[in-house]
Design a protein around this ligand. Structure first.
Ligand SMILES: [Zn+2]
Length: 188
């Protein structure tokens, strides 16, 4: 399957709003292959040379609906720093990830969010939970996982899981008040 900036479904196509169904576990070979290709996209998209050659837009995550497959499959690669300021990479190939709990505290990206399916910029804070607990099956490690995510990783996971409900990041922005004051929010 060719995944690039031309083949990714954009928000002018109402299919992007389709709800994604959970997949059967253990994963079929077909669903494993989809996850591998999604993961490969994210990996290649941040390699400048490959991204240019293959027409990839840099991303930290992509979900199956964005390549026209309404199944609860998503790949995420986030480079962060841990508590000791050491670089750490969080990477997942997730099937049926679900948010099982979330913090009361909010978080948002100061410069707003972007999405492979959204060519235009949408200015505004996307206020999400600062911490989420996500459970699902991870093909990368071949096990059921519970991810305790905070900050940027938490935002990315919420963004991708939103895709399963057909929700895009700008749905969370109030055009009348795109930069609300959010008391106690983690600003990233
Ligand atoms: Zn997206």
């Amino acid at each position: 399957m060719l995944i690039n900036n031309d083949t990714i479904i954009k928000d002018d196509d109402s299919f992007i709003r389709t709800k994604s169904e959970p997949v059967e576990l253990p994963l079929s070979e077909e669903n494993k292959q989809i996850l591998r290709e999604l993961f490969q996209y994210v990996q290649d998209s941040t390699d400048e040379e490959k991204a240019q050659k293959l027409n990839l837009r840099p991303a930290v995550g992509i979900s199956a609906i964005q390549i026209g497959i309404p199944r609860q499959l998503t790949a995420v690669i986030v480079h962060e720093y841990d508590k000791n300021d050491e670089p750490i990479t969080y990477q997942y190939m997730l099937a049926n990830p679900k948010i099982v709990s979330r913090s009361i505290q909010s978080a948002y990206l100061e410069n707003g969010e972007g999405c492979l399916s959204v060519p235009e910029e949408h200015d505004g804070f996307v206020v999400r939970s600062a911490r989420v607990k996500v459970s699902g099956y991870d093909l990368l490690t071949d096990q059921n996982v519970t991810i305790r995510a905070r900050g940027y990783l938490a935002i990315v996971l919420q963004h991708e899981i939103d895709h399963f409900s057909g929700v895009l990041f700008y749905d969370h922005i109030d055009p009348k008040n795109p930069h609300p004051d959010v008391p106690g929010a983690m600003v990233i």
